[in-house]
Design a protein around this ligand. Structure first.
Ligand code: TYD
Length: 205
């Protein structure tokens, strides 16, 4: 029932899938009806998250094992500084990427996705109530990234079709009962509607 405990939901998907647009629209919906909510993202806006974004931009990321350590370090901060306090204040947390990104992206670089999930879980990070996976073909996702950037892609080490195809496979392989897989070809409006309906049912409304 409503008010038992705040909801924690995560948005996942490959670059260009639309997860950020969707999570922003879902957040705007709950804000507009006065439901206390925060929207967060990983890599976070903290020091480790900023460092990671810099490394990605400069194509200077270390090997996959070290990447896992970096993302977990950032996640520790995010959980301590942002996620837990918000949940304790009774706010709904909408998080753009969580440890499933760690499993899917570093998994696509050759690590065992299940092991990466295990490592994250052993940190005692809070478990989300729902994971919305916006599923889309990499070719279409990259078209969207190019349209958005208005420039050539390929500068970001994580944004190439072959790699994103492996990330997509890894995501689908880790999708368990907590996941709701959403068809990224649908309109933003339709996807947002499905997510809001689902969150409302989780809230018992
Ligand atoms: P992204 O959400 O795409 O950032 P931006 O909105 O700035 O483009 O995240 C940056 C990249 O980080 C993305 O390509 C996925 C990658 N990533 C991982 O590889 N592992 C992780 O654990 C996380 C959180 C992100």
């Amino acid at each position: 029932m409503k008010g038992v405990r705040p909801l924690f939901v995560v948005f996942e998907g490959i670059d260009g899938s639309g997860k950020t647009t969707i999570s922003e629209a879902v957040f705007a919906h709950y804000k507009s009806i006065g439901h206390p909510a925060v929207r967060l993202r990983e890599p976070s806006d903290g020091p480790w998250g900023r460092k990671i974004r810099e490394l990605i931009r400069d194509d200077a990321m270390p090997g996959p094992e070290e990447q896992v350590r970096l993302f977990i370090r950032d996640r520790e901060d995010d959980v301590t500084v942002n996620i837990r306090p918000a949940l304790l204040e009774g706010k709904m947390v909408l998080l753009d990427r969580y440890y499933y990104s760690n499993a899917a992206y570093q998994g696509a670089l050759g690590l065992d996705a299940g092991r990466v999930i295990g490592e994250n879980r052993s940190m005692g990070f809070p478990e989300p109530d729902r994971v919305y996976l916006v599923d889309l073909e990499p070719a279409e996702a990259l078209r969207r990234v190019r349209a958005r950037n208005g420039a050539s892609t390929g500068r970001d080490a994580f944004e190439n079709e072959h790699f994103l195809a492996s990330v997509r496979v890894a995501y689908l392989s880790i999708a368990d009962g907590r996941f709701l897989v959403l068809d990224g070809r649908l309109t933003v409006r339709d996807i947002v509607e499905s997510v809001v309906r689902d969150i409302d049912s989780l809230l018992g409304e």
